[in-house]
Design a protein around this ligand. Structure first.
Ligand SMILES: Cc1cc2nc3c(=O)[nH]c(=O)nc-3n(C[C@H](O)[C@H](O)[C@H](O)COP(=O)(O)OP(=O)(O)OC[C@H]3O[C@@H](n4cnc5c(N)ncnc54)[C@H](O)[C@@H]3O)c2cc1C
Length: 245
C-alpha cells in the first residue's frame, strides 16, 4: 500500500451542527498529505475488545494544512454514523486513511462548465468543489442541483444561500422531495428530467457532471443525463451506499 494511505490518528478539534441529524467534524490530522475536492477518507473505529469497523466519508472542504472536514449524516441504527455525529467529543481520537479516489474530483484549474447534482448527504463532496472554486477564484461556471426531503434537511444552508447571492458564476437550485417552504416555485417531488434539463446545462455546453448521493438517486440522475444527451464520459458518479464491514 502507498505510504500516503497509512492510518493516521485524527483528533476532533471542533464540530458544527448542520441540521438535527448532520454534523461537520473539524479534525486535526498530523502529517495529512493534502487532497483534491471530491476525494474521500476511510474512517476506522476500534473498541476496547479490538473489534474494528470502517466507513468512507467525503472530504467536505479543500485542503487546509493538517485540518480535515467531514460531514456525517446520522443513519438511524447505523453502526458508525451515530457515534461520529453524536458521541465523538472534542479531543477524542479516530483513525483515518486517505485521501482516496482519483476519478470523482474537480481540479480548480479546470475552466469547463460544471454541473453538480447532490441528493441528501451527497452534497458533501460537491460542497468541497464549490468551496475550492471560490478559494481559487475560478471562473468555471457552476450549477448545483441539490435534492433534499425537507427544508430541515438542508446541509450548509446559510453558506449556500450566501454563495448563490454573491457569486454570479454559481447557480443553485434546491429541489424538495417531501415538503417545500411556503410559496416555493416547485411543488415537492422526486428530481425529474424536467428539473435536470431546466436547472442543469444543455449537453452542447459539454459540462462535466458530478452526481453524488444514495445509489438509487445517482443511477436515476446519471441515466437521465445520458437520456438528455450528455456524454457518459463526462458524467462522474459517487454512490453513498453502505460501506465498510
Ligand atoms: C465514497 C463514499 C463517501 C461517503 N461519504 C459520506 C459523507 O460524506 N457523509 C455521510 O454521512 N456518509 C457518507 N458515506 C456513507 C457512509 O460511508 C456510511 O455508509 C454511512 O455513514 C452509514 O454508516 P453506518 O455505519 O452508520 O450504517 P450501517 O451500520 O453501515 O448501516 C445501517 C443501515 O443503514 C443502511 N445504510 C447504510 N448506509 C446508508 C446510507 N448512506 N444511506 C441510507 N442508508 C444507509 C444499511 O443498509 C443498513 O440497513 C459515503 C459512502 C461512500 C461509499
Amino acid at each position: 500500500m502507498s505510504p500516503r494511505l497509512e492510518w493516521r490518528v485524527a483528533t476532533l478539534a471542533d464540530f458544527v451542527d448542520e441540521t438535527a441529524t448532520a454534523r461537520t467534524l473539524l479534525l486535526d490530522v498530523p502529517g495529512w498529505p493534502g487532497h483534491l475536492p471530491g476525494q474521500h477518507v476511510d474512517v476506522r473505529l476500534t473498541d476496547e475488545d479490538g473489534y474494528s469497523t470502517q466507513r468512507s466519508y467525503s472530504l467536505a472542504a479543500p485542503a487546509d494544512g493538517e485540518r480535515v472536514e467531514l460531514t456525517i449524516q446520522r443513519v438511524e441504527d447505523g453502526e458508525v454514523s451515530p457515534y461520529l455525529a453524536d458521541t465523538l467529543a472534542v479531543g477524542d481520537p479516530i483513525e483515518l486513511r486517505g485521501p482516496v479516489g482519483g476519478w470523482f474530483l474537480w481540479h480548480p484549474s479546470r475552466t469547463a462548465p460544471v454541473l453538480l447534482v447532490g441528493g441528501g448527504s451527497g452534497i458533501v463532496p460537491l460542497m468541497a468543489m464549490v468551496r475550492a472554486r471560490r478559494q481559487a477564484r475560478s471562473r468555471a461556471p457552476f450549477r448545483l442541483i441539490y435534492s433534499v426531503r425537507t427544508p430541515m434537511d438542508l446541509i450548509y444552508a446559510s453558506e449556500l444561500r450566501r454563495s448563490a447571492r454573491d457569486d454570479g458564476g454559481l447557480d443553485i437550485t434546491t429541489v424538495y422531495t417531501r415538503s417545500a417552504p411556503e410559496a416555493w416555485p416547485r411543488p415537492p417531488g422526486r428530481l425529474g428530467l424536467d428539473d435536470i434539463e431546466r436547472f442543469g446545462w444543455p449537453p452542447q455546453f459539454e459540462p462535466t457532471c458530478f452526481v453524488c448521493g444514495p445509489t438509487g438517486f445517482v443511477e436515476h440522475v446519471a441515466t437521465t443525463l445520458v437520456h438528455l444527451g450528455h456524454d457518459p464520459r463526462r458524467i462522474r458518479t459517487e454512490r453513498f451506499g453502505p460501506t465498510g464491514g
